[in-house]
Write a protein that binds this ligand. Sequence first.
Ligand SMILES: [Zn+2]
Length: 237
Amino acid sequence: MKNDSFIITCEHGGNRIPSRYRSLFDGHEALLPTHRGYDAGALRLAREMAGALHAPLYVSTVSRLLIDLNRSLIHPQLYSEATRKASKAVQQEIWQRYYLPYRTKIETQIRQAIGCSDRVIHVSCHSFTPELDGKVRDADIGLLYDPGRPHERDACHRWRASLKELDGSLRVRLNYPYAGKSDGITSAMRRRFSADRYVGIEVEINQRHVLESARHWRDVRRIVIDGFELAMAPEYA
Ligand SMILES: [Zn+2]
């Protein structure tokens, strides 16, 4: 039986722009409340998931349009159209204030947890817009992982199975709407930690569920969390 520890993160939890950088957003304000600005509902899910698992939680409530914490430093969308035009000095300051501490804290937490458990299961919580560029996305929940890492593949298959068991109407897709291997915080951590010790998963919730009634969204969160706990229960390992 594996002695797992858990860490929950939320890179796109809010759409706050610190006052110091607000002028960069003149003319771009309309983007902030949209899916471009933040992942609606993801923060709520991350908090409740961390609470249920008694797991450490790392969140950002600063908009991804300032700097995207789920992109690597060389990614062309690390900075958005609002911050791309800022001077190198300002970009460097933003990176140092928001990106570097966030990434460092998470990496340190994973390293410490690996020191006292067999595996660290990292769940990074996100949500996606129901329609992008005129295309409707046909999933309720996406589970993203690296198919080359067996622990990640097994965990996501089990999570999908338990979600189906709890609510057969939910459409759960693997590596959808994005590939788990693509650029992001989990792929960055995979480069630092071995496949045996680090299990990085991104959960993506269709924002259709977040925007429905409060009761519906609460039920979906509960199913996602219960499903994860069921999938991670020792008797399944
Ligand atoms: Zn996201």
